[in-house]
Design a protein around this ligand. Structure first.
Ligand code: HEM
Length: 413
């Protein structure tokens, strides 16, 4: 059963979402010029061995602007030093202390959307267009603003600038094509140029705030970054800005996807939704299963440092590999009935947050935001369902799985 994707039009290249098996566990994509790894044990092996499989794919990117301080693309020992520094800012206590703020924000955002609906209802009553009133758009009303406000507050940049971040980040991830190393199309080139241009707006913006923190320190993460020392040396301006950039982007788009995907999964599986509503201890496991079933980051890049064999394929040194986490998360060798959405899986060792030294630093925060927001949504809305007349729209990128808009009806079916 693959109900979410039977109902809605997801990216055509994400065949795993339709319950289809990969062509092989490991394949070389001629047209693209890199390898794809779809199997679970093969993915785990790659992520566990940074010596053989480097995270520094910058040699395949014509521009080096964002390399310095970009944690996910660093290898040991530099990676270890920077990671240690950031881990101090994301201790379990720092994250746990955010719970009341996340709950308040969720309620405030939903109150604001409710106030807009009340105004719409008055207008609808006036114009006798009643059907328009009882609906929400989950992404705009909650799933986008919640995580972006949380990460902006942590960093110390004004969350009221979030419309700017959205514009820049949407512009950076707007291509629906898989990029090719052998035949970059004109469209790909344009998309790459546009992505760099948009990311530069963001780094310029963060650079101004970082410079301000050097002059006037505050109690925020940006100040910690400008004051931090690695081996007795301060981080360079570029490293601070690139790192803050990763946090700002990784800190919200993924959690936006997680919230939308979880609501979509529950909508497609009303039996599960009924059980979760009745027993909220099931919420954390539901979030984990949503991460497995609709993994927000579908694929991660690695580069081989030596000739190596993976899943029976010989991969020469210097080759790029895309580790397709989302497909590995449906490998029947690891997950029984992988195409069934089942929050009862225990254990559920999905790879949605990666594995090994680069395991997502924000996973505890994302899980907390997911748990708090889903509970409040279920409390406040006894009925939440997708609208057959206004389907969700998905993000265009083949490497992301999430909704860009998710209209929901709030009345009984
Ligand atoms: C559902 C939400 C999220 C998902 C699915 C997700 C997914 C991932 C994945 C797959 C990686 C591994 C990258 C690799 O191995 O190449 C990663 C790393 C990372 N994530 Fe997340 N992430 C989420 C939320 C967050 C949040 C909320 C933050 C920040 C507050 C964050 C910050 C990071 C950072 C800084 C790294 C790099 C860690 C390193 O290289 O050592 N992520 N994330």
């Amino acid at each position: 059963m693959t109900t979410v994707t039977q109902t809605w039009a997801t990216h055509p290249d994400q065949f795993w979402l339709r319950g289809q098996a990969p062509p092989a566990l490991v394949e070389y994509a001629d047209r693209l010029g890199y390898w794809k790894v779809y199997g679970y044990p093969e993915a785990v092996r790659i992520l566990a061995d940074p010596r053989t499989f480097s995270s520094d794919a910058s040699r395949f990117v014509p521009r080096k602007d964002f390399v310095e301080g970009n944690l996910p693309t660093m290898d040991p020992p530099e990676h270890h030093k920077l990671r240690k520094l950031v881990s101090r800012a994301f201790t379990p206590k720092v994250v746990a202390d955010l719970e009341p703020r996340i709950a308040d924000l969720t309620n405030d955002l939903l109150d604001r959307a409710e106030a807009d609906r009340t105004a719409d209802r008055a207008e609808a009553d006036r114009t006798a267009d009643r059907a328009e009133a009882d609906r929400m758009e989950l992404v705009a009303d909650l799933a986008y603003p919640l995580p972006v406000i949380v990460i902006a507050e942590l960093l110390g940049v004004p969350s009221s600038d979030r419309h700017l971040f959205k514009q820049w980040v949407d512009g950076a991830f707007s291509s629906s094509e898989q990029f090719s190393l052998v035949e970059p199309s004109e469209q790909q080139q344009r998309a790459m140029d546009r992505a760099f241009e948009q990311l530069h707006h963001l780094t310029d913006y963060l650079g101004e705030h970082a410079a301000e923190r050097r002059r006037c320190p505050r109690e925020d993460l940006l100040t910690k970054l400008v004051e931090a020392e690695v081996d007795g040396e301060r981080l360079s301006d570029a490293a601070v800005v690139n790192f803050a950039n990763v946090l700002l982007i990784a800190g919200h788009i993924t959690t936006t996807m997680l919230l939308g995907n979880t609501v979509l999964c529950l909508d497609a599986h009303p039996d599960v939704a009924g059980r979760v509503r009745a027993d909220r201890t099931l919420v954390p496991a539901t979030i984990e299963e949503s991460l497995r079933f609709l993994s927000p980051f579908a694929a991660l890049a690695r580069v081989t440092n030596t000739d190596v064999e993976v899943g029976g394929a010989r991969i020469p040194a210097g080759q790029m590999i895309m580790v397709v986490l989302a497909a590995a998360n449906r490998d029947p060798r690891q997950f029984t009935d992988p195409n069934v959405f089942d929050p009862g899986r225990d254990p559920n060792p999905h790879l949605a947050f990666g594995r090994g030294i680069h395991f997502c630093i924000g996973a505890p925060l994302a899980r907390l935001e997911g748990r708090v927001a889903l509970n409040i949504l279920l409390d406040r809305f006894p009925h939440l369902r997708t609208d057959p007349d206004e389907p969700p729209t998905f993000l265009p990128s083949p490497n992301l799985t999430g909704v860009r808009a998710l209209p929901l009806l709030l009345d009984r079916r």
